[in-house]
Design a protein around this ligand. Sequence first.
Ligand code: MHF
Ligand code: KIV
Ligand code: MG
Length: 280
Amino acid sequence: MSATGTMKSLTPPDIQAMKGGEPIVCLTAYTTPIARLMDEHCELVLVGDSLGVVVHGLPSTVGVTMDMMLMHARAVRRGLTRPLMVVDLPFGAYEAGPQQAFESAARLMTEGEAGAVKLEGGAVQAETIRFLTERGIPVMAHIGLLPQAINTVGGYKVQGRGDAAEKLLDDAKAVAEAGAFSVVLEKVTASIAETVTETIDIPTIGIGASPRCDGQILVTDDMLGLFEDFKPKFVKRYGDWAVAGREAISSYASDVRARRFPGPEHLFGDRAPASKTAKN
Ligand SMILES: Nc1nc(=O)c2c([nH]1)NC[C@@H]1CN(c3ccc(C(=O)N[C@@H](CCC(=O)O)C(=O)O)cc3)CN21
Ligand SMILES: CC(C)C(=O)C(=O)O
Ligand SMILES: [Mg+2]
């Protein structure tokens, strides 16, 4: 719990050992205060490259850089004590091959203080996953809908329907065999998510997948209702933070215009207060 480290963070082997047991609770985080809110509730916190879209206003995750991932990773790290912190490898930082992937992933582990990295791709990334895990970098895989591939795929559509089911299962087997400690299944049919979960021996973490997955993840800004205009079928709203924020900002604007804020309680007088240690 404390800075001296009396409470141990969960490790990739801890997460892997949860296969087939209690559901693994995961969310994304990009800042210290939001990470603090999930510290006692989540087993795994992902610093997702979705931060490019929800925090930086980019049209897709393709424009996200290593510098962005490193900065947000360090911020999230300061808000967590118990959950495993996983950091996404951004587009362009690993696809050239195992060597490039290792260099980028090592930076996320050292400068970014990550407990593990995540990368998108199935069988095509198996060699890279093996290369990293054999050299001390735990890897979470990500199959199904791959947002970093939006420019070749052309849309965020459901994956694993019909003939594509077999390829998805092959991808899942390939990443598990290559040493990934867990795998995200994004926007796939419930039936293939169930088949994959029953077939491979590492935990599946679903987003738009199935309740039969070993765990679930959502983009926190989506479930809080902060990233307002994005309403895919797989997101459940647990808050209305954009509505609450807009109301608060509107009240502040009214108060300033009516000179109701600042009030007497917010003002500093000419003389120091008689009691206590002066902090004003
Ligand atoms: N806010 C947010 N949440 C995410 O889950 C997320 C991101 N951003 N950015 C990176 C990727 C992209 N992802 C996506 C993007 C679109 C759909 C999707 O189903 N889109 C619907 C339209 C939904 C809407 O805009 O209301 C579609 O039919 O394409 C799913 C996952 C998942 N990731
Ligand atoms: C949606 C999750 C799995 C992700 O990759 C991200 O937030 O970037
Ligand atoms: Mg991502």
